[in-house]
Ligand binder design. Structure first.
Ligand code: PHE
Length: 331
């Protein structure tokens, strides 16, 4: 009976039960050993020997069966968890430079070839540098042009443009002539749309020297546009107003997101404004330490995101700082 039952078993736990039943304390063979004293003296060795044979035969069968069950369980595991070692591995995803880091570097590189050096200036500014020294007094209506993020510290703001760097570089270079670019993040507390964002990069241009004219400004910016977008790019200058330049202008580049037909990127205008600019106001030169009767200069503030939008045909500025990797991975 024991052998018959054993043959039908397939799992280790069945085998344990079987052991209890046929080799355990209350199993039949074990009872024979226990009740040996009840048998007549002369028959005991024979009975004992026979019971021993039965017991070791069962133990042997169990061991054999146990090996077979383990082997088939292993076999099953192996075939279930098959591993194809010839499959190509998956490479870990790599970080990369943000598109704006790349474009800022490219823009700096172009201006470097034109003789400009990079000057760093802080993102958090005093009211003085961001406004006052740039000829924008407190309560002047022109302050409305820059919707400002104020801080809990009195007179400390997130810079609304890179223009405060004009004063900082003038004070650093005085009395030498200046030809610098100042790249960096700016912040404005304003309504966002396809081409307005509360944070964005600007690149300030500042040239100070003797006999600097509007022709230098126009020539520099047009040459930049050609090097950035290709020699046949179309640009236009419109008169404008900034308190720290006189005269002031804005430069547009023909929108080739839509080819001048009108799209969300250019607000349907066909042209995208990429910078404000002008000849440095005498008051600003004086605040920077330069005598406006001897020196003149020009300045511009380029919108780096606008430049990227044109270059890569991106029709919404909000993509840049949304941190959606599906967008960022493309560059
Ligand atoms: N700072 C101006 C702005 O952010 C741009 C500008 C820079 C205009 C330099 C003139 C000269 O709007």
């Amino acid at each position: 009976q024991a052998e018959q039952e054993l043959a039908g078993l397939t799992s280790e736990s069945d085998l344990q039960n079987w052991r209890t039943q046929f080799l355990g304390r209350s199993a039949m063979v074990m009872q024979i050993f226990r009740r040996l004293p009840e048998a007549p003296q002369e028959e005991r060795p024979g009975i004992g020997q026979f019971a021993n044979q039965v017991k070791s035969a069962l133990e042997e069968k169990l061991a054999e069966k146990m090996d077979a069950v383990k082997a088939s369980a292993l076999q099953e595991n192996l075939s279930g968890e098959s591993l194809d070692v010839t499959l190509p591995g998956r490479s870990p995803s790599r970080g990369r430079l943000h598109i704006q880091t790349k474009v800022t570097r490219e823009v700096c590189h172009i201006f470097a070839e034109m003789g400009f050096q990079v000057f760093q200036s802080p993102e958090v500014e005093s009211d003085d540098y961001n406004f006052e020294l740039l000829n924008i007094p407190a309560h002047h209506p022109a302050r409305d042009m820059w919707d400002t993020f104020f801080t809990t510290e009195e007179n400390v703001v997130l810079r609304t443009h890179t223009s405060p760097g004009q004063i900082r570089s003038m004070r650093a270079f005085h009395p030498d002539p200046i030809r610098v670019v100042l790249p960096g993040m700016c912040y404005r507390y304003e309504q966002t749309d396809a081409n307005h964002e509360i944070q964005f990069n600007q690149l300030e241009l500042l040239v100070v020297g003797k006999d600097i004219t509007f022709a230098h400004l126009k020539g520099t910016l047009e040459e930049f546009a050609k090097r950035m977008f290709g020699r046949d790019v179309r640009t236009r200058f419109r008169p404008s107003y900034f308190p720290f330049t006189e005269p002031s202008a804005e430069m547009d580049v023909e929108c080739f997101v839509c080819g001048g037909k009108g799209c969300p990127a250019c607000g349907s205008k066909g042209w995208l404004e990429i910078c404000g600019c002008g000849l440095t106001h005498p008051v600003v030169l004086k605040n920077g330490g330069y005598d406006p009767d001897v020196y003149t200069g020009f300045a511009a503030g380029l919108g780096i995101e606008r430049i990227s939008m044109l270059r890569y045909r991106i029709d919404d500025i909000r993509n840049f700082w949304r941190n959606d990797v599906r967008f960022l991975e493309q560059f």
